[in-house]
Design a protein around this ligand. Structure first.
Ligand code: BGC
Length: 761
């Protein structure tokens, strides 16, 4: 690249509109296309379009929550391979996924796209996904790096997390996926981390990602997350997406006047060229969508979690007279909204699938698309439908508007009409099975009156037929929760913590998900790892060798084939620093015929016992560790101990007891670094919604008018909601993205300066 001009190199570091990279024909560099991701290929028909609703047909697989609930890396690999094949067939070189962000709170609007609250599980599945996709000759884009765990004020929110939680939880969810999965690209997130945007975070993108983890691929910005290309390239963010004309000159000038080194620019341009050159230009065969539908069906059943099944109510015997109640049975919620929303060629619904096998009475129960108050007329019809049936299947969940990218959920409840439906039907005397379609946990105030509950998650295009497979018993409900379901939102540590407008403090530190519930002794509604089978298993004693080999015999003691997920948790018995009560460090899903036994062997390496010591790094303390083998974090079946050599550290007292909440002063002491007050700021990162002053108010008025005008062309309520939320979250920095490049960064800066000047008292 020695003889390439600065402008040529600059040109390569910026996309050509929404999805393609820029071609440089004089240098033999063609353009490639990047597309969402993650549970299907969303290749827009019109490559220039920002709107997300018109994509080429492609298979919609179960979303991240459901895939994670399979606890099956081999199956996730298979799904990845199918995604890769479809991406190639559609001319996509990089598929934007997987999403490896930790589910810090069940209310994050994007949890349906992410895998887990546990970094080991999340990273293991992300690694399998990447291997599958990349094995098909398509690059993956591991996202959103990093610490992007809420949607509120998503373009500017500033995250403060102590070093241990950062390493042990949030970065750990990416680390193995980078080191072992070797994704072609990593996507730098919108948010700030400790005051610096992830796209401009040199420590994150260069020192850690490339230096420590050995990442050799390309870093791409999340869409619109790069505002100023100069600090982004200097930090190690190679490719700005999307790319709009008119920003190259500033970067060229920065190289000329020494603000950006030619070395950094050349490194970024070289990585773009490497990515393009490794992308296949061979024509790909068309993908076999029927085969992928069958795979999507298998994956959906494997990720379906049987939460409760009193007296073996499920599976349903042939000949059962069924009341199928709830509009989700006829028109399923099967995917999430936002950038991942895609266009499947077909969608199976459970009602049609069940009608093929049972005598079915159907009642709608609630209005499908809205979160309106219960309708007494629909409830009465539902009760009447259930009356003469043997079993009532009540389909409830979160409608599209209650759960989408860009918008955090306001509460953990189902729509009132859905809760009322369950109560009405289950109270009418017919044995009731509740089937949930949602991407993240919900409260279940009616649980005591319901003998069976199935968490179907967002099962993708074949979710409906997969449900029929599971309900009839043709297939096992193979899923186990990859996240904790709290009894109520108030039980969750994050419920007591402020979020925004400017920043969010992760005061709970390491106590994320089950790490909190198990350490604080708070009973969850359903624990991490939970899920029932149609058969039963016995567990033998657990053995552990000095080298960390654990082994346990699992026997299928029932009369049908089924699967069990062996989960290995490690408990540090005498740590010098605070540690969660136990942490998942290995797992394996086994499928056994009746009467069969398998010895499950897993290996715990040194890292499985280590924690992060600031200033030192990963450290194993000398001492005793309890190894716990369980069917959930609360259902430990066998234990063993191991004593290890290691470091001796002075004891500290902080954060030992998670029961008293997490006072800010203790968090600040733990964090150590500067944490600004959450006073409203007035910067390029401040949402117009949060800016004081008359000029900002005027601008808000303009944005609202723009929203009204755009909405005239939009029928879909979810897209309207997204537009409205984007308007509320918009800050000066994101104006180029939301205006599709019509507002340049220079104009956005000028506008901001004007608004700020006019707002001074
Ligand atoms: C999302 C990414 C997505 C990108 C492109 C962003 O808004 O955060 O996950 O890949 O858009 O659609």
């Amino acid at each position: 690249m020695d003889d390439w001009s600065v402008s040529e190199k600059v040109a390569l570091t910026c996309g050509d509109g929404q999805w393609p990279t820029r071609a440089l024909p004089a240098r033999g560099v063609p353009s490639i296309v990047l597309s969402d991701g993650p549970h299907g290929v969303r290749r827009p028909r019109d490559a220039a379009a920002l709107m997300m609703n018109d994509a080429e047909p492609a298979t919609c697989f179960p979303t991240g929550s459901a895939l994670a609930a399979t606890w099956d890396p081999d199956l996730v690999h298979e799904v990845g391979a199918a995604l890769g094949a479809e991406a190639r067939a559609l001319g996509v070189a990089v598929l934007l996924g997987p999403g490896a962000n930790i589910k810090r709170t069940p209310l994050c609007g994007r949890n349906f796209e992410y895998f887990s609250e546990d970094p080991f599980l999340s990273a293991t599945l992300a690694t399998a996904w990447i291997a599958g996709v990349q094995g098909a000759g398509v690059g993956a884009s591991l996202k959103h790096f990093a610490v992007n765990n809420c949607e509120f004020r998503r373009y500017g929110i500033d995250t403060y997390v102590d070093e241990r939680a950062l390493r042990e939880i949030y970065l750990a969810s990416f680390e193995a996926a980078v080191v072992e999965g070797r994704p072609a690209t990593v996507m730098a997130a919108y948010n700030r981390l400790h005051g610096t945007h992830c796209t401009e975070h040199r420590w994150l993108l260069t020192d850690l990602l490339r230096g420590e983890w050995g990442f050799e691929g390309l870093v791409v910005s999340d869409w619109g997350a790069t505002f100023d290309r100069v600090p982004a390239i200097a930090a190690g963010c190679d490719l700005q997406m999307p790319g709009f004309p008119g920003t190259d000159e500033d970067v060229v000038a920065a190289v000329r006047d020494g603000r950006l080194s030619d070395v950094d620019l050349t490194a970024a341009a070289r990585r773009v060229v490497c990515l393009v050159r490794r992308s296949s230009t061979e024509p790909a065969p068309t993908a076999d969508l029927d085969r992928h539908h069958a795979l999507a069906r298998r994956a959906a059943a494997a990720g379906t979690v049987l939460l409760r099944n009193d007296d073996g109510l499920l599976p349903l015997p042939p000949g059962t007279k069924l009341a199928v109640i709830g509009a989700f049975a006829r028109e399923p919620r099967y995917q999430g909204a936002g950038s991942s929303r895609m266009n499947p060629p077909r969608v199976d619904d459970a009602l049609s699938a069940l009608r093929e096998e049972f005598d079915v009475v159907y009642a709608e129960g609630y209005e499908r698309h809205t979160d309106t108050a219960p309708d007494p007329r629909l409830l009465a019809k539902a009760r009447a439908a259930a009356r003469d049936c043997d079993v009532a299947l009540v389909f409830v969940g979160l409608p599209e508007t209650a759960e989408t990218e860009g918008v955090d959920r306001a509460h953990l409840r189902l729509p009132a009409a859905h809760d009322a439906l369950v109560t009405a039907v289950s109270g009418a005397g017919t044995r009731t099975v509740v089937i949930l379609q949602n991407g993240a946990p919900v409260e279940m105030p009616w649980l005591d009156g319901v003998p069976a509950v199935v968490e179907a998650y967002l099962g993708g295009q074949a979710g409906g037929s997969a449900l029929a497979d599971v309900l009839t018993g043709r297939v096992e409900p193979g899923g186990r929760l990859a996240e904790t379901f709290p009894v109520r939102w108030g039980d969750h540590p994050v419920s007591a913590m402020p979020v925004g407008p400017r920043r969010v403090e992760y005061r709970e530190s390491l106590y994320v998900g089950y790490r909190y519930f198990d350490s604080a002794g708070v009973r969850p509604l359903f624990p991490f790892g939970h899920g029932l089978s149609y058969t039963t298993f016995s567990w033998g004693p657990l053995t552990v060798s000095d080298e960390g080999e654990v082994a346990v015999d699992i026997t299928n003691t029932g009369d049908r084939a089924g699967s069990e997920v062996v989960q290995i948790y490690v408990r540090d018995e005498e740590a010098a620093r605070f540690r969660p009560a136990q942490e998942l460090k290995a797992f394996r899903k086994v499928t056994l015929d009746p009467g069969r036994t398998e010895t499950v062997r897993l290996r715990l390496d040194r890292r499985a016992f280590a924690y992060w010591v600031p200033g030192t790094g990963w450290t194993v303390e000398a001492g005793t560790f309890e190894i716990r083998a369980g069917a959930s974090s609360r259902d430990i079946r066998a234990t063993a101990t191991i004593t290890l050599d290691g470091a001796t550290l002075p004891s500290t007292v902080e954060y030992r007891d998670p029961r008293g909440g997490f006072p800010r002063d203790e968090f600040l002491a733990l964090h150590g670094g500067p944490v600004p007050e959450d006073a409203p700021e007035y910067t390029m990162d401040t949402a117009f919604e949060d800016m004081p002053g008359a000029a900002a108010a005027l601008l808000r008025g303009v944005l609202r008018t723009a929203e009204t005008v755009v909405n005239r062309t939009v029928d879909d309520p979810v897209t309207r909601l997204l537009i409205s939320q984007t308007r509320k979250d918009a800050n000066p920095r994101i104006l180029p993205l939301v205006s599709d490049g019509r507002i340049t960064p220079r104009m956005a800066r000028a506008l901001f300066r004007l608004v700020r000047a006019r707002s001074r008292p």
